[in-house]
Structures are given as C-alpha cells and as structure tokens.
Design a binder for this molecule. Structure first.
Ligand SMILES: [Mn+2]
Length: 414
C-alpha cells in the first residue's frame, strides 16, 4: 500500500477533529501467554489504518491547535541492540517515514514528556482516544492505561472517541484497499481449492487445515486474516470450530470459513462441499437454496438499499426456497436452520469496525453469508462471499472461488 493511503486517512481524520484537540492512537503491546512467552503480536487496526506500521508500543500523536493547524508525530521504540538480538529488528525512523508518510518520528521515551508539554500549553481541551471494547471483561489496552494516567494527572481534558470518527472512514474502501482484497481473494481461493482437491472420506479437519496452511504460507509468513474455521460432519454445527480434531466420514460435508490478510485487508469466504466429491440429494437440495439466495442478493444489492434489508432478505428469500422445497413448514421458523447473521463488513478487521450504515453506498464491502444448519439431516454449511458495492450495483469479489455444485464437483473429480 502506498504511503499516500495512510497520509490521506490521517488527513481525513484530522479534518473531523475540532480545533484545540489532541489525538493519541496506540499500536498495542505484547500480551503475556506464560512465563516469558507472549501471544503473537497483532497491531491495533486503527493504528495500522493510519500509519501502515505493525510495530509494538508505538503511538501516533496529533495536535490540532486553535487555528486549525495540525502537527503530527510518530513515537516508535528506540534502537536497542540487546533487545533486538533476542526479538528482532525494530522499525527505524527512515522505514517508519517511508511506510507511513510521517516526517516527525520520535522515540517512545519522549512521548509522556512531550504530551505533558502540549497539555500545559493551554492550547488543547479535548483528547481523542480509541477506547473501544466489545465486552466489559476485555483487558485494558495502552489507550485505557493512558486514560487512567490522564484522569489522575490531567483531569481537565475532555475525553472524546477517536473510534467513532475512524468508523466513519473505515466504512468506505479506497481503490487500493479493493486491490488488496482482490489479491487476498486469489490466495483465499488457492487455500480453498487445495482443500477441495485433497478432500476424501476419512480425512481429519487438521489435515484439511494442513492443505490450507501450505497454500497460504507459500505467499507470506503470517497470511491469516483470522484463525481458519475448518470442520466436517458434526463439527459443522459449531459456528466457530477451532478444534480441528473431527474426521470427515463418507457422506459428510466439509465446511470452511477462511480469509487472508493481504496488505492489511482481510477477506472472509466460506465454501461447503461433500468430502467424497458428490452431493447427495439432500445436500444438493439445501445447497441449491443457499446458492440461489446468494445469487439473488448479488443481483439486488445496490446503492440506496437499506443495509438492514440485506440480512433480512437473505433470511426471507432462503426461507421461502426452503418452504417451496418442502424442508421448512413456515418461513417464520427459519431460525431453526439459519443460526447467524448474513452480512457483516470486512476490511482491516474480518468483522470490520465501521459505523453501521443506514443506507448502502458505493465503496462498502460486506459479506453475503448464507448458512444452513439441518441437524436432523446432519448437513451444515455456509456459502459466504465478499460483496463490493459499486456505482450501480455490486460485485462478488470471491466469485472465482468455485461455488456452484457443478464447479465444485468438477474441481473435486478432475
Ligand atoms: Mn466468515
């Protein structure tokens, strides 16, 4: 991604800041796993969206003074020969500048002192932080720790939500984000095709995952958008199955819900297929309902449509098909077979953190996800594709990944 993308993201964010504001966005820090081991580091998505950098313990600080002039600085960990010998090379100022387009790069050691000076200048009354937590029990991030410091030492700041502003920006994808998604879809497809081609009765979920991993890790060291959901048979009735220990029996379907992180953009695609390469009549019946529903959605989604109508229409349309097929007694009972929502935005997060739109507009990208779970028949799967809203309709970014019964059977039996 060119640095102009990140510069543009920051400038659009700064435009929304009122005069007399400070903004601090933290990249995050290691989370302890046990003893001296840490969980793999995953940089804060808003920090990456604004800088393109995935380094630990960094801070983006922006100041918008009373005249509307913006000054921005990036604080990164200073060079440390000993630490870098153990845990790898830290990003250096020249690289940080080249990636982010920011000119003023400083050491994190200077951050609190610099902040105090700005606070004491009397020019700033508001402080924008991203304090978003999905649940109360989540651990504090550096922004929450900084908030505690501010409230103790500089309680005169009015704290405002940077999260709310960033959600507005992240809702609409730039052309370079769409290009990154397209590349991600290609690699996602390679992973899914590898699993389809290797599929046979008796295969364990972890063996399917091994096929997927090989296809993905050929492209980059950490290719995953999120932990791949790969299951077979009974495992398909766990919506987020991460155990990978089930075994596909002859006649079972295999389900996967997977995505690639390419240039920070994350795809999210689900495919289902019979492990033996031939759909049974019941599998075919349910699969045709889901696929027809998905195809219908890609025909009708366009700018101006209500966002809430996407999920509602997926359920209504699929319910009617299942009634017509004699599987469902009443459309009102569709929740017996459809267990989850049918549309969520993707982007820098797989469940992208965006402002929930009332109306669909060009540049939005969301999943069309049709899942059917028929426990009595032992058939569970979903067909999930990535929908880019265009000027006059929409485009299925993941259309090239086999999704019709004919195409899936052809891949599996070639
Ligand atoms: Mn998904």
């Amino acid at each position: 991604m060119d640095k102009s993308f990140y510069t543009n993201n920051r400038n659009r964010l700064y435009e929304m800041l009122p005069e007399g504001s400070l903004l601090a966005i933290f990249s995050g820090k290691d989370i302890i796993k046990t003893n001296d081991e840490y969980y793999p580091f995953f940089a804060d998505r808003n920090f990456v969206y604004l800088t393109g950098l995935e380094c630990k313990e960094a801070v983006l600080l922006a100041c918008k003074d009373g005249s509307g002039r913006v000054d921005e600085r990036l604080y990164i960990l200073p060079p440390d020969d000993y630490a870098e010998r153990w845990t790898g090379i830290r990003v250096k100022p020249a690289e940080a500048e080249a990636v982010s387009g920011m000119a003023d790069i400083r050491s994190t050691e200077a951050f609190r002192n610099d902040f105090r000076k700005l606070a004491m200048s009397g020019n700033y009354g508001k402080l924008y932080l991203d304090l978003f937590k999905l649940n109360d029990f989540e651990i504090d991030k550096p922004a929450h720790e900084f908030l505690a410091y501010i409230q103790k030492n500089m309680p005169y700041f009015l704290i405002c939500s940077a999260d709310a502003l960033l959600r507005k920006l992240r809702l609409y994808k730039a052309d370079c984000e769409i290009e990154a998604l397209r590349k991600g879809e290609e690699i996602t497809g390679e992973g899914i095709l590898a699993m389809m081609r290797a599929s046979k009765p008796g295969m364990y979920e972890y063996q399917y995952k091994a096929e997927f991993d090989r296809a993905l890790t050929y492209h980059k060291p950490y290719p995953y958008g999120f932990p791949p959901i790969i299951s077979a048979g009974k495992g398909n009735f766990v919506i987020h199955n991460y155990s990978y220990d089930g075994q596909a029996q002859d006649g079972d379907m295999v389900l996967n819900d997977v995505g690639v992180n390419w240039d920070h953009l994350i795809t999210d695609v689900s495919r289902g297929w019979p492990c033996n390469g031939r759909f049974t009549d019941k599998q075919r019946l349910l699969y045709e309902c889901a696929l027809a529903t998905s195809d219908h959605m890609f025909e009708i989604v366009k700018p101006g449509m209500k966002m809430a109508a996407v999920d509602a229409t997926i359920k209504e349309y699929n319910a009617q098909l299942m009634v017509d097929a004699g599987v469902l007694d009443d459309p009102a009972n569709i929740r017996k077979y459809m267990w989850h929502g049918g549309a969520h935005h993707i982007g820098f997060d797989v469940h992208d953190v965006v402002e929930t739109p009332e109306i669909i507009q060009p540049g939005m990208v969301f999943c069309i996800d049709v899942g059917i779970y028929h426990e009595e028949w032992g058939i569970g799967f979903r067909v999930e594709d990535n929908c880019l809203v265009t000027e006059d309709g929409c485009e299925n970014l993941s259309a090239a990944i086999p999704r019709t019964i004919e195409d899936i059977e052809a891949v599996m039996n070639s």
